[in-house]
Design a protein around this ligand. Structure first.
Ligand SMILES: C[S@@+](CC[C@H](N)C(=O)[O-])C[C@H]1O[C@@H](n2cnc3c(N)ncnc32)[C@H](O)[C@@H]1O
Length: 226
């Protein structure tokens, strides 16, 4: 999509409604572009072409069990990594371009994994439940007023006693990424009142294409469904 080109002016490669009937997220309203546009001109800033080191470490420690959902899977590196270990993984996205890239990688690498278009605010429509849910870089894109709906959607597909992992930019600088989140915000979003227990929030790092090798400060939250 060219600079300055508005969603309403675009026709052809995107469907007439680039949001496929869903409500645009705060990020999309801010930028004036659907998430899919992030994938049109080469890799997106977060698309590092490999799984996040924090997710590789988690997987090596046996953090993934049962059916796994990767919410906002992008071009699929984390989902592909977990699936390559033999787990059943579904990655969901609103960006069809990212899904196409993810499916192509899966084919090229011979990894059995599922990628599907789905809105993270409407996960109950999947009609499935997962023992492990991964959010790598999605939660932090949502404004405070979007979080309750997203968290309820996550709850609708997470098995009781299942585990949600959230890797997000933290506000514990220096070098914070966009949309940094505080520990308090994570604790406010996930609580027993809405079906969750925060088991741990640990400092970690998120790699991006624009930070140096050490990446940006992050929180790695382990959250249990009750
Ligand atoms: C910062 S990127 C992270 C992508 C991927 N998890 C990674 O680590 O590379 C956030 C992703 O969430 C997707 N996304 C945003 N809103 C979504 C929604 N409502 N439902 C599903 N995916 C969404 C975006 O298209 C984007 O690919």
């Amino acid at each position: 999509m060219q600079e300055g080109e508005k969603l309403s002016e675009r026709s052809g490669t995107l469907a007439d409604d680039p949001f496929s009937g869903r409500h645009p997220t705060s990020h999309e309203r801010l930028t004036g572009l659907p998430w899919d546009a992030s994938y049109h001109d080469g890799p997106a800033p977060w698309d590092i072409g490999q799984p996040q080191p924090a997710i590789v470490r988690l997987a090596s420690e046996g953090g993934f069990a049962g059916a796994v959902l990767d919410a906002g899977c992008g071009t699929g590196e984390n989902a592909l990594h977990v699936a390559s270990l033999g787990l059943s993984v579904l990655g969901v996205e609103v960006a069809e371009t990212a899904l196409a890239i993810a499916r192509e990688k899966a084919g090229d690498r011979g990894i059995e994994v599922e990628f599907a278009a789905a809105d993270a605010f409407r996960l109950e429509r999947l009609g499935r439940r997962f023992e492990t849910v991964l959010d790598c870089g999605l939660f932090h894109t949502f404004d405070g007023d979007e979080r309750p709906g997203y968290v309820a959607s996550l709850a609708s597909v997470t098995e009781r006693d299942g585990t949600l992992y959230v890797l997000c930019f933290s506000d514990d600088g220096p070098g914070t990424g966009p949309h940094p989140v505080s520990r308090e915000e994570l604790r406010a979003a996930f609580s027993p009142s809405n079906g969750w227990n925060v088991a741990a929030i640990e400092p970690d790092r998120v790699q991006t294409r624009y930070h140096d090798d050490d990446g940006a400060p992050a929180w790695f939250a382990t959250i249990k469904r009750i």
